[in-house]
Write a protein that binds this ligand. Structure first.
Ligand SMILES: [Zn+2]
Length: 105
């Protein structure tokens, strides 16, 4: 995916643009791995192998996206695992920490 294409993308759910772009791996002009996030609905969309996966919720498969999330977990942090909109199963340290903090209150 190039920056030119990025400038044409919008959220498939609410058509918001521009999406927030995080670049994880770039080769020349091509964004090979990265993440698009919608500031409106807080859905995220992975860029895998240069392809932005901008699918409506009903066509998304967490099993296909999990390897990507796990690969970039250190970079992304835990927020996607407990995000809004298209949700991943809650897991990981940040979730446990938040639960513990809530219990402490
Ligand atoms: Zn959106």
């Amino acid at each position: 995916m190039t920056k030119d294409l990025y400038n044409k993308l919008a959220c498939p759910y609410d058509k918001s643009a521009p999406l927030t772009l995080s670049v994880f791996r770039i080769a020349g002009e091509e964004i090979v791995q990265g993440l698009l996030e919608c500031p409106s609905c807080e859905r995220y969309f992975p860029i895998i192998g240069g392809v932005p996966v901008l699918l409506p919720d009903e066509y998304r498969d967490p099993k296909l996206e999990m390897p990507f999330l796990l690969q970039w977990r250190e970079t992304i942090g835990e927020r996607l695992f407990r995000g809004h909109g298209f949700r991943m199963p809650p897991r990981g340290k940040a979730v446990e920490t938040a639960a513990t903090a809530d219990e402490a209150l």
